[in-house]
Design a binder for this molecule. Structure first.
Ligand code: HEM
Length: 127
Protein backbone atom coordinates (compact mmCIF):
# COMPACT_ATOMS: atom_id res chain seq x y z
CA UNK A 1 0.00 0.00 0.00
CA UNK A 2 1.36 3.44 -0.83
CA UNK A 3 1.14 6.23 1.68
CA UNK A 4 -0.96 9.25 0.75
CA UNK A 5 1.14 12.35 0.23
CA UNK A 6 0.27 15.85 1.39
CA UNK A 7 -1.24 16.81 -1.98
CA UNK A 8 -3.63 13.86 -1.91
CA UNK A 9 -4.40 14.14 1.80
CA UNK A 10 -5.63 17.72 1.63
CA UNK A 11 -7.90 17.04 -1.33
CA UNK A 12 -5.74 17.30 -4.47
CA UNK A 13 -6.35 19.79 -7.26
CA UNK A 14 -9.71 20.95 -5.94
CA UNK A 15 -8.18 22.22 -2.69
CA UNK A 16 -5.35 24.05 -4.48
CA UNK A 17 -7.87 25.58 -6.84
CA UNK A 18 -9.88 26.91 -3.89
CA UNK A 19 -6.74 28.24 -2.21
CA UNK A 20 -5.49 30.08 -5.24
CA UNK A 21 -8.83 31.48 -6.40
CA UNK A 22 -9.50 32.92 -2.93
CA UNK A 23 -5.95 34.31 -2.83
CA UNK A 24 -6.21 36.06 -6.21
CA UNK A 25 -9.65 37.49 -5.41
CA UNK A 26 -7.88 39.31 -2.55
CA UNK A 27 -4.79 40.21 -4.62
CA UNK A 28 -7.06 41.91 -7.13
CA UNK A 29 -8.21 44.29 -4.36
CA UNK A 30 -4.83 44.91 -2.79
CA UNK A 31 -3.24 48.31 -3.51
CA UNK A 32 0.37 47.06 -3.10
CA UNK A 33 0.02 43.76 -4.94
CA UNK A 34 -2.41 44.46 -7.75
CA UNK A 35 -0.09 46.77 -9.73
CA UNK A 36 2.68 44.12 -9.71
CA UNK A 37 0.56 41.49 -11.42
CA UNK A 38 -0.20 41.45 -15.16
CA UNK A 39 -3.09 43.78 -15.83
CA UNK A 40 -5.15 41.46 -17.98
CA UNK A 41 -3.86 38.06 -16.90
CA UNK A 42 -4.61 37.46 -13.24
CA UNK A 43 -6.16 34.20 -14.35
CA UNK A 44 -2.86 33.05 -15.90
CA UNK A 45 -0.99 34.09 -12.75
CA UNK A 46 -3.45 32.08 -10.62
CA UNK A 47 -2.92 29.03 -12.81
CA UNK A 48 0.89 29.28 -12.54
CA UNK A 49 0.81 29.55 -8.74
CA UNK A 50 -1.70 26.70 -8.46
CA UNK A 51 0.36 24.36 -10.66
CA UNK A 52 3.54 25.25 -8.77
CA UNK A 53 1.98 24.53 -5.37
CA UNK A 54 0.44 21.28 -6.59
CA UNK A 55 3.82 20.11 -7.84
CA UNK A 56 5.63 21.22 -4.68
CA UNK A 57 3.27 19.20 -2.47
CA UNK A 58 3.51 15.98 -4.43
CA UNK A 59 0.93 16.40 -7.20
CA UNK A 60 1.44 16.30 -10.98
CA UNK A 61 4.49 18.01 -12.50
CA UNK A 62 2.50 20.10 -14.95
CA UNK A 63 4.16 23.30 -13.69
CA UNK A 64 7.64 22.21 -14.77
CA UNK A 65 6.36 20.77 -18.03
CA UNK A 66 4.91 24.17 -18.90
CA UNK A 67 7.37 26.55 -17.27
CA UNK A 68 10.62 24.64 -16.71
CA UNK A 69 12.57 24.80 -13.45
CA UNK A 70 10.70 27.02 -10.93
CA UNK A 71 13.67 29.30 -10.06
CA UNK A 72 11.39 31.38 -7.88
CA UNK A 73 14.06 33.87 -6.73
CA UNK A 74 14.92 34.61 -10.34
CA UNK A 75 11.31 34.85 -11.49
CA UNK A 76 10.53 37.33 -8.72
CA UNK A 77 13.63 39.48 -9.23
CA UNK A 78 11.70 41.84 -11.52
CA UNK A 79 9.16 42.67 -8.78
CA UNK A 80 10.02 45.00 -5.89
CA UNK A 81 9.35 42.75 -2.89
CA UNK A 82 10.04 44.54 0.39
CA UNK A 83 8.60 43.59 3.78
CA UNK A 84 5.35 45.46 3.01
CA UNK A 85 4.80 43.48 -0.20
CA UNK A 86 5.67 40.25 1.59
CA UNK A 87 3.19 41.03 4.36
CA UNK A 88 0.47 41.96 1.86
CA UNK A 89 1.03 38.66 0.02
CA UNK A 90 0.96 36.72 3.28
CA UNK A 91 -2.20 38.50 4.46
CA UNK A 92 -4.07 37.43 1.32
CA UNK A 93 -2.65 33.93 1.63
CA UNK A 94 -3.49 33.65 5.34
CA UNK A 95 -7.12 34.36 4.63
CA UNK A 96 -7.18 31.78 1.80
CA UNK A 97 -5.44 29.12 3.93
CA UNK A 98 -7.82 29.77 6.84
CA UNK A 99 -10.85 29.04 4.65
CA UNK A 100 -9.65 25.58 3.57
CA UNK A 101 -11.38 22.60 5.13
CA UNK A 102 -8.25 20.67 6.08
CA UNK A 103 -6.84 19.44 9.37
CA UNK A 104 -5.16 21.95 11.66
CA UNK A 105 -1.82 20.16 11.40
CA UNK A 106 -1.97 20.22 7.58
CA UNK A 107 -2.95 23.90 7.70
CA UNK A 108 0.05 24.63 9.90
CA UNK A 109 2.41 22.72 7.60
CA UNK A 110 1.11 24.56 4.54
CA UNK A 111 1.27 27.92 6.27
CA UNK A 112 4.79 27.41 7.63
CA UNK A 113 6.03 26.66 4.13
CA UNK A 114 4.30 29.69 2.59
CA UNK A 115 5.66 32.00 5.27
CA UNK A 116 9.20 30.70 4.78
CA UNK A 117 8.92 30.87 0.98
CA UNK A 118 7.58 34.45 1.05
CA UNK A 119 10.45 35.52 3.31
CA UNK A 120 12.96 33.92 0.91
CA UNK A 121 11.61 36.04 -1.97
CA UNK A 122 12.12 39.42 -0.32
CA UNK A 123 14.57 41.17 -2.64
CA UNK A 124 14.48 44.81 -1.51
CA UNK A 125 15.29 46.60 1.73
CA UNK A 126 12.53 48.74 3.22
CA UNK A 127 12.64 52.44 2.38
C1 HEM B 1 6.59 37.52 -1.08
C2 HEM B 1 5.57 38.04 -1.77
C3 HEM B 1 5.31 37.69 -3.22
C4 HEM B 1 5.00 38.58 -4.20
C5 HEM B 1 4.86 40.09 -4.05
C6 HEM B 1 4.85 37.83 -5.44
C7 HEM B 1 4.54 38.39 -6.67
C8 HEM B 1 4.47 37.69 -7.85
C9 HEM B 1 4.17 38.27 -9.14
C10 HEM B 1 3.90 39.75 -9.37
C11 HEM B 1 4.18 37.28 -10.05
C12 HEM B 1 3.91 37.38 -11.56
C13 HEM B 1 2.54 36.86 -11.86
C14 HEM B 1 2.52 35.96 -13.06
O1 HEM B 1 2.70 34.74 -12.90
O2 HEM B 1 2.30 36.47 -14.16
C15 HEM B 1 4.48 36.06 -9.34
C16 HEM B 1 4.58 34.83 -9.94
C17 HEM B 1 4.75 33.66 -9.27
N1 HEM B 1 4.88 33.51 -7.91
FE1 HEM B 1 5.00 35.00 -6.58
N2 HEM B 1 5.05 36.50 -5.18
C18 HEM B 1 5.32 36.37 -3.83
C19 HEM B 1 5.55 35.18 -3.18
C20 HEM B 1 5.47 33.93 -3.74
C21 HEM B 1 5.61 32.68 -3.02
C22 HEM B 1 5.83 32.59 -1.50
C23 HEM B 1 5.51 31.68 -3.93
C24 HEM B 1 5.60 30.20 -3.74
C25 HEM B 1 5.35 29.58 -2.62
C26 HEM B 1 5.28 32.29 -5.22
C27 HEM B 1 5.13 31.60 -6.39
C28 HEM B 1 4.99 32.17 -7.63
C29 HEM B 1 4.93 31.42 -8.87
C30 HEM B 1 5.02 29.90 -9.03
C31 HEM B 1 4.79 32.35 -9.90
C32 HEM B 1 4.74 32.06 -11.41
C33 HEM B 1 6.16 31.94 -11.93
C34 HEM B 1 6.20 31.66 -13.41
O3 HEM B 1 6.07 30.48 -13.79
O4 HEM B 1 6.40 32.60 -14.19
N3 HEM B 1 5.27 33.66 -5.07
N4 HEM B 1 4.65 36.33 -8.02
Amino acid sequence: MTKENFYQRIGGEETFEQLVSHFYALVSLDPILRPMYPEDDLHGAAERLMLFLMQYWGGPHTYSEMRGHPRLRMRHAQFPIDSKARDAWLRCMKSAVTELEISESDREELWNYLEMAAQSLVNMADE
